[in-house]
Design a protein around this ligand. Structure first.
Ligand code: FAD
Length: 399
C-alpha cells in the first residue's frame, strides 16, 4: 500500500474524479455507464488492455448466459438485459434467443430456449466502447492500477501506470473494483479471499473451418466441490490447478492454455483465427462481504440489488444483496463482477456475464449516490435501480 504523501502527488499529474472504475470487463463497463446515468459528473474507466469486455471479449468467453429461470420467466433486468440485447442486435453468432427478443415470442418456446446468446467478441468489444463513451464516461486504455494510497479507512489516491512510461495519480471520491481479481481491494487492505478449489485449465479459441469462424470451448466448468458431494459425485478431478493470483501462475496458465490449443488445433485443418488475450481463469480473488448462502434460492434480501438466474439448471434464481458489493474495511470501495463477495461455491453463479453486469450496474449506481458504503442509503439505491429497469425481487410465483 502506498502512503498518500504530498511529495508523491506533487511529482505526478493528478486527476480528481467522482467515480473511478478499475477494469473494463462487463462489470466495469456496466458500472461506468450506470454511474454516469445516475448523475456522477466525472467517471473514469481504466482498462489495462486496449479493448473493453475483459474475459467476455479478449478472453473469447462470448456466451452471454441466461437472464431467465429456464421455465419461461425472465429474472434479470436492467443493464444486464440491455447489454445482452446490444450484442444480440448486431453481434449474435449463435443461440439467438428469438422467442425472447420478439415481443410476440411464444411462451412455450421461452421455457425451452433460455434467454442467452453467443456473441462475436470483437464486434461486441467495439459496441461496448461505443455505449460507454456515449454515456459520457471517460475511458483510458493501457492503464494499469499499480498502487493504492489510503488514509484511515478511505482510498485517497490510485497510481496508474500506462503502457507508455507515463503515470497518473487519480484522487477518487469512490472506487469500483471491477478488475476481476480484486486488485484494488487487495492493495487497499480490504479483506479478500482466494479460490480454494483452484482453476482447472481452459483454452477456448476460434478457428475457421473453411466455411465458418467457430468457437472451440476447451475446458468445461467444474461443479463446485460441495455440490459434487451433495450429488454423490466423485471429487473434482486431480488435474493441474492454478489459483491464478500470482504473476508466475498467470503466465504459466497462459502457456498451458497455448499448448492445449496447439495440441487441439493441429491436424484439424482450416486456420486458427483467435487465441485468448487473457488467461481463462474463472475465479481468482474476491472481496469478503455478505454472501448469498450456498445454493439457497429462498433467501430474501432487504438490500437486494437484483436477481440472477442459476445458469446451470432451471430454478428460481437468487436475489443479490448490496452487502456483497463491499467489504468491512474500506468505506469508499465497491466491488463488482467476479470479484464481488460470494461463498466459494456460490461464486460459480456470481462470476458469469449477466451477474457481472448486474453487480456492475449496482456498484456504479451506488458509487454515484454516496461516498461511504456503510452509510449508503440502500433504499435510494434500490429506487434508482428500479427507475433504471432493474427488478429487485423474484416473481412471486417462483418463490
Ligand atoms: C473458461 C471460462 C469459461 C466461461 N464461460 C462463461 C460462459 O459461457 N458464459 C458466461 O456468462 N460466463 C462465462 N465465464 C465467466 C465470465 O466470462 C467472466 O467471469 C466475466 O466475463 C467476468 O467479468 P468481469 O468484468 O468481472 O471481469 P473480467 O472480464 O476479468 O474484466 C476485468 C478487467 O479488468 C482489467 N484489469 C485487471 N486488473 C487491472 C488493473 N490492475 N488495472 C486496470 N485494469 C485491470 C482486465 O484487463 C479486464 O479487462 C467463463 C470464464 C472462463 C474463464
Amino acid at each position: 500500500m502506498m502512503t498518500d504523501t504530498g511529495s508523491t502527488a506533487a511529482a505526478l499529474p493528478v486527476r480528481e474524479v467522482e467515480v473511478l472504475v478499475v477494469g473494463g470487463g462487463i462489470a466495469g463497463v456496466a458500472a461506468a455507464i450506470a454511474a454516469r446515468r445516475t448523475g456522477a459528473r466525472s467517471v473514469l474507466l481504466l482498462e489495462r488492455q486496449f479493448l473493453l469486455g475483459g474475459l467476455a471479449t479478449s478472453g473469447l468467453i462470448s456466451i452471454y448466459l441466461p437472464l431467465c429461470d429456464g421455465r419461461g420467466k425472465q429474472l434479470t433486468y436492467g443493464l444486464a438485459e440491455e447489454l445482452l440485447r446490444l450484442g444480440a442486435a448486431e453481434a449474435a453468432e449463435a443461440l439467438y434467443p428469438d422467442a425472447w427478443l420478439n415481443p410476440e415470442g411464444d411462451p412455450a418456446e421461452r421455457s425451452r430456449q433460455r434467454f442467452q446468446v453467443q456473441l462475436n467478441p470483437w464486434f461486441y468489444a467495439l459496441q461496448l466502447e461505443e455505449l460507454c463513451l456515449a454515456s459520457g464516461a471517460e475511458l483510458l486504455y493501457g492503464a494499469t492500477v499499480a498502487e493504492v494510497g489510503c488514509r484511515g479507512d478511505r482510498i485517497r489516491s490510485v497510481l496508474v501506470q500506462f503502457a507508455t512510461t507515463e503515470r497518473l495519480l487519480v484522487r477518487p471520491r469512490m472506487v469500483v473494483d471491477a478488475s476481476g481479481d480484486a486488485i484494488v481491494a487487495l492493495l487497499a487492505g480490504e479483506e479478500t479471499a482466494v479460490y480454494e478449489q483452484q482453476n482447472i485449465l481452459a483454452a477456448w479459441y476460434r478457428y475457421y473451418d473453411g466455411t465458418t469462424d467457430l468457437l472451440q470451448p476447451l475446458g468445461a466448468a467444474e461443479l463446485p466441490e460441495e455440490e459434487r458431494r451433495e450429488r454423490g459425485l466423485p471429487p473434482v478431478a486431480p488435474a493441474a490447478r492454478w489459483t491464478g493470483v500470482g504473476a508466475v501462475e498467470q503466465s504459466d496458465f497462459a502457456s498451458a492454455m497455448h499448448r492445449w490449443i496447439l495440441e487441439d488445433f493441429r491436424g484439424k485443418g482450416g486456420s486458427l483465427t483467435s487465441v485468448p488475450q487473457l488467461p481463462q481463469l474463472r475465479m481468482t480473488r474476491r472481496i469478503v462481504g455478505v454472501s448469498v448462502p450456498d445454493d439457497d434460492p429462498g433467501a430474501v434480501w432487504p438490500d437486494s440489488i437484483g436477481v440472477i438466474a442459476n445458469w446451470r439448471r432451471p430454478g428460481p434464481g437468487y436475489e443479490i444483496p448490496f452487502g456483497s458489493l463491499h467489504g468491512p474495511r474500506v468505506r469508499n470501495l465497491l466491488a463488482a463482477g467476479r470479484c464481488s463477495a460470494a461463498t466459494e461455491r456460490f461464486w460459480d453463479q456470481t462470476r458469469v456475464i449477466p451477474a457481472c453486469a448486474l453487480t456492475g450496474e449496482a456498484a456504479g449506481t451506488a458509487a454515484a449516490l454516496g461516498d461511504d458504503v456503510s452509510e449508503l442509503p440502500v433504499r435510494r439505491l434500490q429506487e434508482q435501480l428500479q427507475r433504471a429497469g432493474v427488478r429487485l425481487r423474484r416473481p412471486q410465483t417462483l418463490r
